[in-house]
Each structure stands twice: as C-alpha cells, then as structure tokens.
Design a protein around this ligand. Structure first.
Ligand code: GDP
Ligand code: IMO
Ligand code: MG
Length: 441
C-alpha cells in the first residue's frame, strides 16, 4: 500500500506536517523529486524540525529514501543528518544510486543565471541551491550520479568532460570569474571522499528494487512530494517553476516503482487554506494594494517566511481554479487542508472561485503563464470564522471546528472533487485533525 503526498499549490502547503502524521503508519518514507530547495516542517510536542533532504519520516524513526528523481547535495544531506543526530534522532537515509548529485558548479551557475535573467523578469526567484542546473545536466546526459561517486575512475572521467564546459559557460558566456567550484582536481578530491562516506555508511541503494520489494512484501510506503503542482516543470506556471515533477506521476518515475503501484494507493493533495508564494511571476489572487495590510497580518500570523531562504512569502486568497487543475493532474483521492486557524478572526474571507479572462469565465488554469497572469479572479465571499482555542478544537475533533470554517471545507471538497482527510489547525502534530487515515482508506 502506498500513499503519495503532493503539494496542490505553490509549495509550503504544510506537506511535512502530514508526512509526519501519516508517516507513523508507514514503513518507509521516500522523496521522489527535488532536493534541498524543499523545506518541510515537522512539529512534535513543540519541537520543530526543518527538513530539506532527510525525508520527514525521520522524526518517526522511519527509513527514508531519496529516490532517483531527486537531486542530492551530499553536503547538505550530511549536515542535516549530523544535526538530527545531535538532537537525539537516528535518521536512516538511503540514497538512490541513480539520483543526480548537485555539484558546487551547479550552485554557482544557479546564481549566475538568475542574475542574468532578472533583466528580462524571467528569474524564478530560485532557492539558489543549484536545482535547475543539476536537472539540466541530467537531461543533457552530462550529470554526475550518486553511483558515480562510488567509482573514482568514472567520477574523474565525468568531471573531466563536464567541468571545463561549465567553466567556459561561467567565464565566456556570463563573464564571471570561475573559482574552485570549477576546478576538476578540487571537485574530484572532495566528491571522491563523499563517495567514501556513502559507501562506509552503506547509504546507497537501487531505489526501485529497494522500494518495489517492500511493496511486494506488503509494507507501507509513503511518497513525500516536495514543492507543489503549480511549480511543476510541466504543469506549473512555466518558467517560474522548479525543474522537477512534484505531481503524483513523479512518484513512479522518481522512485522506480510502476504507476500502477502509485495508482493503487492513495494520492492526497495538501492545500493551504490561502495562497503563499516565495518566488516570482504572476499571482491573480494576490493580496496587494489596499489589501497589503491584510497580507502582512496573514504573513505574520502564519509565519510565512521561506523555510529555506527566509524570504517573506507573497500572500493571496485561495485560488480554486488552481486546485481543480491540481486535482486532475494528480488524481487526488483525498485532501488535507491546513492553516484554517490562520484565517480565523478575519473581517472577510474570500476565495478566487473562477477567473475572468477577456470576458470568458474559466474554471481551471490556462496553459500559458502569460494568460494566467491576465486572469482576474471572480471572488466569492465566505462567512468568517472566529478565533478559538485551536488546541482544544484539535482534541475534540472535526465537529468542534467553527461552522463557518466547516462550510469553507465542504465547499473546497465539492469543488475539487475529493474528500477532506485531515484539517490542520496549527503546526503541531497534535493540531492536525484526522478524518480519514489514507493507509486505512
Ligand atoms: P511544506 O514545505 O509543505 O512542508 O511546508 P513548510 O514547512 O515550508 O511551511 C508550512 C508552515 O506552516 C510550517 O511552519 C508548518 O509548521 C506550518 N503549519 C503546517 N500546518 C499548519 C496549520 O494547520 N496551521 C498553522 N498555523 N501552521 C501550520
Ligand atoms: P517545499 O517542498 C515553495 C520555488 C522557488 C522558485 C522556484 C524555482 O518546501 O514546498 P528552485 O530553487 O527549485 O530552482 O526554485 O520554485 N520553490 C519553492 N517554493 N516551496 C518549495 O519547496 C520550493 N522549492 C522551490 O521559490 O520560485
Ligand atoms: Mg516548505
């Protein structure tokens, strides 16, 4: 049995909280795409963990797998594992030998290219982690894979081919001084040693075989999506997207189990009750102008500052066409709706029910970002709900959620066409109200 957790909006929907909640019932938690651009928060009894690469099941002592669809910065991974060990956890992380490695030159090039694009407003506001350049090299068949780090000869050959090209790109195309990040010998020595640590700690696996055999044995696997549907490279607001497929199909290609395995399981869309956005590009329901104060209020109350970069997140009303698009692209079987508490006590609660584009009413997202940017949301007003003691509500269960918030949740489930499995009323594990456990659905 598998459960796939997918962000249904623009990332930061609170995926970590649900992976942590349902990870308790899983044997293995596997990431299938992305890298340390992700920042997933787990709060257990007030203790907060911010995880970029270690799958969020670590807080539950579950085996974590970084699938072949991930891009792995080994330095971040080891730092994160060491930090978690310092905090008394024993993370057991296995890394796919087919996963690609984020190399020092990828991070440098990420910054250089963003800077170059900014003159024409094409920069995505990346996290600067080298994600895009690494996936570019994967598709260009010049990437370095985790398995290559284990074989110094292969590593050396690959680096001798690729590094001079990257150096030329930095120096001749972008006119930037290339440093040690573009030096074959320096990179080789550092990454050969990293390969040795991977080998010494027996951390690498054939992810497809590892996960497939567990599924065959009847174990439960939770696939932890990073980012979100609207920043998916295919289904998102290109070019203001990440370079991987957070959508549910990625769980198959990014781990090496078949789509039938993923499709036989549950696919749960994680929804933030409003929108937050940490990058650039259009955002039709964004709270700007006269609504700036309201956006500030929600940002502060919801702690809407990037987990990875600390940047203030842009805030908007829920975009329902975006959710209809996500439901189709992912085939959601259920939803988890977070941050209901953050909207409590407001004078008004609205959602973008549909868009108006050149006089036509649209119920889902247009395929080009330019058209999306011209959409005017048709706002629908909801009765606001009061501020209450959310921990008490969480203890009592779904029935204790204020009626107006329940009406909001009913509307959402109806429009998206999937039932609500869980409602987040605060960041702590104990503040997620479960209606249906997808492992028992
Ligand atoms: P992820 O990337 O999808 O895992 O989400 P992030 O961890 O980047 O951002 C979500 C933030 O909201 C974190 O600080 C969570 O602790 C917090 N959070 C999650 N669910 C809720 C909720 O229902 N209410 C509130 N107030 N905070 C939540
Ligand atoms: P989690 O998993 C929100 C955004 C960046 C930028 C674009 C490309 O925590 O939800 P990248 O560094 O991936 O090349 O940046 O994608 N972005 C995220 N936004 N949450 C994330 O992850 C994100 N990961 C990347 O801000 O617009
Ligand atoms: Mg995040």
């Amino acid at each position: 049995m598998t459960v796939t957790i997918v962000g249904s909006q623009l990332g930061d929907e609170g995926k970590g909280a649900l992976v942590d909640l349902w990870g308790g019932d899983a044997d293995v938690v596997a990431r299938y795409q992305g890298g340390d651009n992700a920042g997933h928060t787990v709060v257990e009894d007030g203790d907060e963990y911010k995880l970029s690469l270690v799958p969020s099941g670590a807080v539950r002592d579950k085996i974590g797998v970084l699938g072949n669809g991930c891009v792995v910065n080994p330095k971040t991974l080891f730092e994160e594992i060491d930090d978690l060990r310092d905090r008394g956890l024993e993370p057991d992380v296995r890394v796919a030998r087919r996963a690609h490695v984020i190399m020092p030159y990828h991070r440098v090039l990420d910054g250089i290219e963003e800077e170059a694009k900014s003159d024409s407003d094409l920069d995505a506001g990346t996290t600067g982690r080298g994600i895009g350049p690494t996936y570019e090299d994967k598709a260009g068949r010049r990437g370095i894979r985790v398995g290559d780090l284990l074989d110094p000869e292969v590593l050396r050959d690959r680096l001798e081919y690729v590094v001079p090209q990257k150096r030329a790109l930095a120096e001749d195309v972008f006119g930037v001084d290339a440093g040690d990040a573009f030096d074959v010998d320096a990179v080789f020595e550092e990454y050969r040693a990293i390969g040795e640590r991977f080998a010494d700690e027996s951390m690498t696996v054939n992810a497809g075989e590892f996960l497939g055999s567990r599924v065959d044995d009847g174990e439960s696997v939770l696939f932890e999506g990073a980012q979100g549907t609207s920043i998916d490279i295919d289904h998102g607001i290109y070019p203001y997207v990440t370079s991987s497929n957070p959508t549910a199909g990625g769980a198959a290609t990014g781990t090496g189990v078949g789509p039938t395995v993923v499709g036989r399981g549950e696919v749960v869309g994680i929804v933030k009750a409003y929108l937050s956005r940490v990058g650039t590009g259009p955002l039709p329901t964004e709270l700007t102008g006269d609504d700036e104060e309201l956006a500030d209020y929600i940002r502060e109350k919801g702690g809407e500052f990037g987990t990875v970069t600390g940047r203030p997140r842009r805030i908007g009303w829920l975009d329902v066409p975006m959710l209809r698009h996500a439901a189709r692209a992912n085939g959601f079987t259920g939803l988890a709706v977070n941050h209901i508490d953050v909207l409590a006590g407001l004078d008004e609660v609205q959602v973008g029910h549909s868009y108006d584009l050149d006089g036509e009413e649209l119920f889902t997202m247009p395929a080009t970002t330019e058209r999306w940017g011209r959409c005017e949301p048709n706002l629908r007003e909801f009765e606001p709900w009061p501020e209450v003691d959310w921990s008490a509500v969480a203890d009592e269960g779904y029935g204790a959620i204020p009626d107006a918030a329940q009406a909001y949740l009913d509307y959402l489930a109806e429009e998206v066409g999937a039932p609500v499995y869980a409602v987040g009323v605060g960041p702590d594990r104990a503040q997620t109200i479960e209606l249906t456990n997808p492992f028992q659905a």
